[in-house]
Design a protein around this ligand. Structure first.
Ligand code: PHE
Length: 425
């Protein structure tokens, strides 16, 4: 079978027409929130890590978010035409290097390098995105993986029972599975060449492992709250698609009236094991976004708070403890509208929201709570297109002054004119 060769051309510093990392983002890459054990994201990470046996799962560290296009995309079968690879969605250092968009970027090396059959990774990841209470261009993910090798086994039956034995060792959680999926079916197929019983065994180990994790995490907080009834936690499994797993699923948890999407996961594509140099292995992988879960567990209302250096945030938390966030007062927000004409002949589709978001971030950073498109129209005569965005300025730490907001607003307007040749209205 063919092996991809990892190319290492291009320096991080060589900019080209792919470069779109701004200085704001560059600064975020240096914050390293997970290196503080008292940060809520670290507390959550440590709790999840503690659910997996240490002798079976290596805790792997990848402090540098700069990875190759090969690692982030190609090694995971994500083809050049995939939307996630576009410049409007991903931060490129240059044509060959990106800020990882997911911890899956480290799957191949993790399946290749450790002496244990499992691994866990927690790290910062970056995606170009809108500005609101739950989106931030930098966030954190956890990745897990587990493999088995049929080497030394005399039959498929023996191999399958080895995997099933490992599954039987996973503590059973008291949760209620509201919806489950078939192990595989036409819409969510097993891989060609994989024995169906092997696929089923791996899938069971994966599902039981993740059920054990959520059961454990939510137990922590439910126990802390005497008023909560002892109804078991409800979860559901849903079919999904990822280029590097098949079959694939998502797990959702029912929490305070909403279904919260937690894990993306699946049976690892053989191509990933091929690239790790172990084509005979089979296994699974999962990915988990940490912020959304931490917001729920700690009651943190705005994703910007994770990046706050305000002692009233930073000093609230204790390693090992899930405590509820004690809000300092919510400071008032003020909005300004940004209305402008696009260049002659330009369509609204040619102006990407995320380009505006990065301009706003460069100028105003975390003083912006939300940006939304509120109006779009075409002039009946000139046919020029106009867009209007509403920018909500709000600090989590103090009351903003009008003068200060006006300066920010003017700087955003200037920067938009220079960068995109728009005409302000
Ligand atoms: N990397 C995927 C994401 O960011 C999640 C995932 C990880 C899915 C591992 C399957 C296996 O959405």
């Amino acid at each position: 079978r063919s092996q991809d060769v990892k190319k290492e051309d291009g320096q991080d510093t060589d900019e080209d027409d792919w470069t779109n990392v701004t200085s704001t983002i560059e600064r975020l890459t240096r914050r390293k929130l997970l290196s503080n054990p008292a940060h809520p994201l670290s507390i959550l990470t440590d709790i999840i890590f503690s659910k997996f046996p240490e002798q079976e799962y290596t805790r792997a560290h990848f402090p540098d978010p700069r990875v190759s296009v090969y690692e982030n995309f190609e090694s995971l079968n994500i083809t050049p035409d995939h939307v996630s690879r576009s410049k409007t969605d991903t931060y490129y250092l240059n044509k060959h290097k990106v800020l990882r968009t997911h911890t899956s970027a480290h799957q191949v090396e993790s399946f290749r390098d450790y002496t244990t059959p499992g691994f866990l990774i927690a790290a910062d990841v970056y995606r170009r995105d809108e500005i609101d209470r739950t989106h931030y261009p930098a966030f954190h993910q956890m990745e897990g993986g587990r493999w088995w090798s049929p080497q030394g086994m005399s039959s498929i039956e023996e191999f399958v029972s080895k995997i099933n034995e490992d599954t039987a060792k996973i503590p059973v959680s008291e949760i209620k599975i509201i919806d489950d999926t078939l192990p595989f079916h036409d819409g969510n197929p097993k891989q060609d060449g994989q024995h169906p019983e092997v696929c089923i065994a791996v899938a069971n180990h994966l599902k039981r492992s993740l059920e054990m994790v959520v059961g454990g995490i939510f137990e922590n907080i439910v126990q802390g709250d005497a008023s909560t009834s002892k109804e078991p936690l409800q979860i559901r499994w849903i079919d999904a698609t990822f280029p590097f797993t098949s079959p694939s699923w998502e797990m959702e948890v029912y929490w305070q009236g909403d279904w919260l999407e937690l894990f993306g996961c699946g049976v690892t594509q053989q191509r990933v094991f091929d690239r790790a140099g172990y084509p005979e292995r089979v296994g699974w992988a999962f990915g988990l976004g940490l912020e959304r879960l931490a917001m729920v567990l700690f009651g943190i209302p705005d994703i910007r708070l994770f990046w706050s250096e305000d002692p009233r945030f930073v000093e609230q938390f204790t390693p090992g403890v899930v405590s509820s966030f004690k809000p300092f007062s919510k400071y008032p927000g003020t909005y300004r509208d940004l209305a402008f004409w696009l260049k002659d002949g330009a369509t609204p589709e040619q102006f990407h929201d995320n380009d505006l978001m990065d301009v706003v971030r460069e100028v105003a950073g975390d003083l912006v709570e939300n940006v939304s498109l509120i109006d779009k129209f075409t002039h009946p005569k000139t046919k020029r297109n106009s867009l209007c965005y509403r920018v909500v300025f709000q600090s989590m730490e103090r009351t903003l002054q009008n003068d200060e907001i006006n300066i920010l607003q003017n700087n955003i307007r200037d920067s938009l004119m220079k960068k995109f040749g728009i005409e302000l209205r």
